[in-house]
Write a protein that binds this ligand. Structure first.
Ligand SMILES: Cc1cc2nc3c(=O)[nH]c(=O)nc-3n(C[C@H](O)[C@H](O)[C@H](O)COP(=O)(O)O)c2cc1C
Ligand code: SF4
Ligand code: SF4
Length: 265
């Protein structure tokens, strides 16, 4: 059975999970959903099995993933699953959000299964990165979780997370405000004198939200708040809020070249 996995990633965690699933499932293609964001046409996947892999943002979906899901018509698909990567907890709220969007969309067809995977948190505006040892342990545990999920997907298991009152409450309290401000939140970003005009931030931005002006990044205010530019800058030149002095993180198996491919297809 052919499988298509759509993914969105900022710092590589979700891409690493999507890659891990694809290689374990077999006959599988990865599609960066940011590459489909440039028009409003419905998306009808040419595969019997479809997966959607995304990070968790404020107990909900990244805005670009929610918009993508609203255009996805899965009525011809046999099995649909989603995997949410997150630094802490609350993946069930994003899975329920995704289910709601799909069921109310043009395909009127929701998920068969939804899973969450703990990964190192990347939200540097709020907290520092884990140390090296904890990053390695977290990623090893995530790999074991990906093994389990791949087996369930291959077996066509139907498994949705139960309703969590806590996750649902946090989603309702925090997510709408996040989404309202998300595209403009790059107004807090600035590059300091460590910038070497290397272009990495431009390359890793999944939504083409950065260009270099006079050798320095300029942000164009359609940001997804994925943190890739801040986290991948090789000289730690990009700051926002309290990021100065915080360690930078990206998934060790996913570098600039793979992230760069995301918006271009
Ligand atoms: C804007 C933003 C909001 C986030 N909100 C949450 C959250 O509510 N709960 C959580 O557990 N992790 C949260 N995270 C952490 C990410 O979900 C997690 O690190 C994810 O694996 C990153 O995936 P990526 O490397 O594919 O971008 C947030 C990250 C960002 C950038
Ligand atoms: S990645 Fe960092 S050093 Fe390179 S252009 Fe962007 S801000 Fe400057
Ligand atoms: S500007 Fe930075 S945080 Fe915003 S979408 Fe691009 S890479 Fe992500």
């Amino acid at each position: 059975m052919k499988t298509l996995i759509y993914y969105f990633t900022g710092t590589g965690n979700s891409l690493a999970v999507a890659q891990g699933l694809c290689s374990r499932i077999g006959d599988c293609e990865l599609v960066p959903l940011a590459s489909l964001a440039k028009n409003a046409a419905p998306i009808i996947p040419d595969a019997a099995r479809v997966g959607i892999v995304s990070p968790l943002y404020f107990f909900g979906l990244p805005a670009i993933v929610a918009e993508f899901a609203s255009r996805l018509d899965l009525s011809r698909t046999t099995y649909v699953f989603s995997v949410i990567t997150m630094g802490g907890s609350g993946g069930s709220a994003a899975i329920r959000q995704l289910e709601g969007i799909l069921v109310n969309g043009s395909g009127k067809r929701g998920l068969d299964a939804g899973f969450s995977v703990r990964m190192p948190g990347n939200y540097i505006l709020m907290y520092d990165s884990l140390g090296q040892e904890r990053i390695e342990r977290t990623i090893q545990a995530a790999d074991r979780r990906v093994d389990e999920i791949a087996e369930k997907v291959k077996g066509g298991v139907r498994q949705m997370p139960g309703w969590s009152p806590f996750a649902s409450l946090v989603h309702h309290l925090m997510y709408p405000r996040f989404v309202r401000g998300v595209h403009d939140a790059d107004r807090k970003f600035a590059a300091d004198d460590r910038c070497t005009s290397c272009n990495t931030c431009v390359d890793v931005c999944p939504v083409g939200n950065i260009r270099l002006e006079n050798g320095r990044p300029a942000w164009l205010h359609h940001c997804e708040q994925c943190m890739a530019c801040i986290q991948l800058c090789p000289t730690n030149a990009i700051q926002a809020k309290k990021t100065e002095g915080r360690k930078r993180y990206h998934h060790p198996g996913i570098g600039v070249t793979l992230l760069k491919a995301q918006g271009k297809r």
